[in-house]
Design a protein around this ligand. Structure first.
Ligand code: CP
Length: 311
């Protein structure tokens, strides 16, 4: 296998298209382990993974823990509410103290953009960005690519609409980069107030209405309104109006291509950006995204912790 040229995974921006495909191929291989009766291989035996989640998470934290355990690594979880950051310890001190225990990988989620880059400069362990502020969520983008590739057979040449709170979405940013590198045409749809200035420079087409963005799209990805990052900004008049014009309800869904699939990174605000009947319907691949999250994170732990290939 081609050696992985990176010590950390801090953002999709650092990866080439070939490296993304390498991760997706490895993820498909590792996913098979999740289907076995005994879901464990010795690949990362003796390695230690610390999941340092200083912002809430269900899917990412759990799937990193499961990924580490399925590869036989020792996984340790630290959450914001139970860490000494609540007593005023700095991120740098936290990182240095964790490094003193000799982990092989530190997986960091943090409210501040750039936090994983900061600790990567101060620890010997490999650092994986599990979502930093509004910057990037690279493992989400990789699992999204893996899910699209499974359901559509390819990513190259597809039209993919990402709709919702683009301004605050690290998922959108990472997805635009990853999907663009794999040859997809990406459309972004949001109220003008939720479209950051200069977003076009990432290579996506930008729409301020949902209908033309989703018409003809092979994949429609809905994003959550990130109430925790809005900070009373008043970016839309009210939730009902937002939902009507930028949510995917049953009426809006009549604009979908017959074979379009629906995605959402979770957590879903049911009935706001996505109608529950669509979230749970036949087009939805949302839970398959979660399944692919385990495979992608197994692949990354393997590539960055330097495990042995015996399965
Ligand atoms: N998609 C995602 O990052 O979900 P969590 O916040 O639950 O990890």
């Amino acid at each position: 296998m081609t050696p992985f040229a990176h010590r950390h995974l801090l953002g999709i921006a650092d990866l080439s298209a070939n490296e993304i495909v390498q991760i997706l191929d490895l993820s498909d291989t590792f996913l098979e382990i999740s289907e076995r009766a005994i879901k464990k291989v010795p690949t990362l035996r003796g390695k230690t993974v610390i999941n340092l989640f200083l912002e809430a998470s269900t899917r990412t934290r759990t799937s990193f823990e499961i990924a580490a355990k399925r590869l036989s690594a020792d996984a340790v979880n630290i959450s914001g509410s139970t860490s000494s950051t609540t007593k005023g310890e700095t991120l740098l001190d936290t990182a240095r103290n964790l490094q003193a225990m000799r982990p092989d990988v530190i997986v960091l989620r943090h409210t501040a953009s750039g936090a994983p880059h900061f600790i990567a400069a101060h620890v010997d362990a490999a650092v994986i960005n599990a979502g930093d502020g509004t910057h990037e969520h690279p493992t989400q983008a990789l699992l999204d690519c893996a899910t699209i590739r499974k359901h559509k057979g390819r990513v190259d040449g597809l039209t993919i609409a990402i709709c919702g709170d683009i301004a605050h979405s690290r998922v959108a940013r990472s997805d635009v980069l990853a999907l663009g590198k794999l040859g997809a045409k990406v459309r972004l749809a949001a109220p003008r107030t939720m479209l950051p200035i200069g977003i076009e420079t990432l290579g996506a087409e930008v729409y301020d209405r949902m209908e033309p963005a989703i018409e003809g799209a092979d994949v429609v990805m809905m994003l959550r309104i990130q109430k925790e990052r809005l900070d009373g900004a008043g970016l839309f008049p009210n939730t009902r109006e937002y939902s009507r014009y930028f949510g995917l309800g049953l009426r809006m869904a009549t604009h979908l291509k017959p074979d379009a699939i629906l995605m959402h990174p979770g957590p879903i605000n049911r009935g706001i950006e996505l109608d529950p009947a669509l979230a749970d319907g036949t087009r939805s691949v949302i839970l398959d995204q979660v399944t692919h999250g385990v495979g992608v994170r197994m692949a990354l732990l393997y590539l960055l912790a330097g495990g042995s290939a015996e399965n």
